[in-house]
Structures are given as C-alpha cells and as structure tokens.
Design a protein around this ligand. Structure first.
Ligand SMILES: [Cu+2]
Length: 158
C-alpha cells in the first residue's frame, strides 16, 4: 500500500496527539487522582431543617478533617441562612449548602466561588479566604420575585 507523504505526516500527527491526550488524561486521573465533581450527596428537600448539618446553619470548627471549619448555608426563597457570618482569615473552610425549595445560585462576589444549589442535592466547595473584608453572597439563578434581594454577608476577619 502506498501512502502519500502528507498522509503519513497527518497520520503520525493524529496518532501522536491521541497519545498526548490519553497520557494527559491518564496521568491526571490515575496518578494525580483528579475526578469530576460528583452529585452523590443527596438530601430530602422537605426535611432540610431536621437534617444535619443543615439543622444548624453557620460556621462550625471541625477536628480531624482536611479543613478547619464547615460553613453551612440553607437557601430558600428569598434568603440565605445565616444572613451574615464571620469567617477567620486564612482558615480552610468547607462550604456546604443546599436549598429548601427551588434552584438558587451561590456566588460569593469577588471570589471564584460559584455553585448552583438544587433541591435534593448538597453542594460543597473547599476554600480559603486570604483577604479580610466583606464579601457578598448573591443568588445568580433567577428564583422568583424576590430574587434580586437574596443576599448574605460573609465577613472575613483577622
Ligand atoms: Cu435565589
């Protein structure tokens, strides 16, 4: 079988790229342990208030975990609970949030934290607030007539 020079070059390039992509994905998945975020954490949206940790929203110090604090938020039309919270600067914080009714957003303005809260699911993110100051938590998923008033305040203190 005769292959034209350009066909050979193109085949080598194609196979080479395939090897590069598969190696990158392979190293990332099996050596670095990267996984896509999962939606495995579920909750009965009608029993949020009785289900830990959502029965006590707010900041909690935890021991023996990869993070120092857990910050629990419950969203509902049209507010977040807690409506204001203080977080120590530089601490590793796991934000855990869910919604009691419809889909809400969870964006902390001025950071790269941006989650969607869906009824029945728990959204989590681990973060560190490196800069002291006031951060506004806003809902960025239209959820009804009070959507624009749906905010909370996170104060990062020394
Ligand atoms: Cu909302």
């Amino acid at each position: 079988m005769h292959l034209h020079k350009f066909e050979k070059i193109w085949l080598i390039f194609g196979v080479g790229m395939l090897i590069v992509f598969l190696s990158t994905v392979g190293v990332s998945a099996f050596y670095l342990g990267n996984q896509p975020p999962s939606c495995l954490a579920t909750i009965d949206p009608e029993k949020v208030d009785e289900t830990a940790p959502f029965n006590k929203p707010g900041l909690k110090k935890v021991e023996g975990k990869d993070w120092d604090y857990e910050l629990v938020f419950v969203a509902s039309a049209f507010n977040y609970n807690p409506g204001q919270v203080q977080v120590p600067k530089g601490a590793k914080v796991k934000v855990i949030a869910t919604t009691k009714d419809v889909v809400h957003g969870f964006e902390i303005a001025g950071t790269n934290i941006n989650m969607m809260l869906e009824p029945g699911y728990i959204s989590e993110i681990v973060t560190t607030f490196d800069k002291a100051g006031e951060y506004t938590l806003v809902c960025n998923e239209y959820c009804g007539v009070g959507h624009h008033m749906m905010t909370s305040k996170i104060e990062v203190v020394e």
